[in-house]
Design a protein around this ligand. Structure first.
Ligand code: PEP
Length: 234
């Protein structure tokens, strides 16, 4: 069983989500499917697909115009939320500290956070990939986690760029994350790979040790692209 999570970013309408849910209900899979959609489409999903948000506020409530709290997301019936996505780190100033706060709020409101870590191109070129990944994991996860969390390794230079690291690079990153999680008392936490996953590379990527599934951006928007990823593994 793998976890296949889609990130729709700022795309789609409720009509598109209804169509995707209907298309996905016709496939047979043991994999766990999650769709992280814009706030306007949040709902409880259905028996085969769970729904998640793509970000939450660091605040619980109050005068924070435009923000949406973990409690509000949970109130829609959604079960997951992405925190620390590369685009939120790049455009909204998320740091490991704010990601940790968001993850804690997600957990305390019954949501499973999908906590993203990964290196930029500048960090990769400076030889800092491993240290950025390890500090991302150690600093973005709250210290007293007792319920489910998911970690996603997303090399930031590869997201939406059609680029993927080599299988060896993915294996090294995921081994480091698995070892770091074990050291933090979180052995067995699922670790997803994300960035430029498509039907043609999904099986190879999900066959790499310590890759428990994928987080898919562009290729999760249309069922013709998303279904082959889901059905590439049992
Ligand atoms: C993402 O946005 O999380 C992502 C992995 O995007 P893409 O698959 O388009 O690279």
């Amino acid at each position: 069983m793998k976890i296949i999570a889609g990130n729709w970013k700022m795309n789609g309408t409720r009509f598109d989500l209804d169509k995707m849910l209907s298309d996905l209900s016709s496939i047979s899979t043991n994999n766990r499917i999650i769709l992280c959609v814009p706030y306007t489409m949040l709902c409880g999903g259905n028996g085969s697909v769970s729904i998640g948000a793509q970000d939450i506020s660091t605040h619980t409530h109050g005068a924070f115009t435009g923000e949406v709290s973990a409690q509000m997301v949970a109130d829609t019936g959604a079960k997951y939320v992405i925190v620390g996505h590369s685009e939120c780190r790049q455009y909204h100033g998320d740091t490991n500290d704010t990601v940790r706060q968001k993850a804690a709020l997600a957990i305390s409101n019954g949501l499973t956070p999908i906590i993203c870590v990964g290196e930029t191109m500048a960090e990769k070129q400076a030889g800092k990939t491993m240290s950025i990944i390890e500090s991302g994991v150690r600093e973005s996860i709250p210290s007293d986690v007792k319920s489910d969390i998911i970690v996603a390794y997303e090399p930031r230079w590869a997201i939406g760029a059609g680029l993927t690291p080599t299988a060896d690079e993915i294996a090294s990153a995921h081994t480091l994350i698995a070892n770091t999680l074990a050291d933090m008392g979180l052995a067995g936490t699922p670790v997803l790979y994300g960035a430029s996953v498509k039907g043609s590379n999904a099986l190879e990527i999900m066959s790499i040790p310590n890759v428990d599934g994928v987080l898919v951006g562009g290729a999760s928007l249309k069922s013709d692209d998303f279904i082959p990823i889901i059905t590439s593994v049992k």
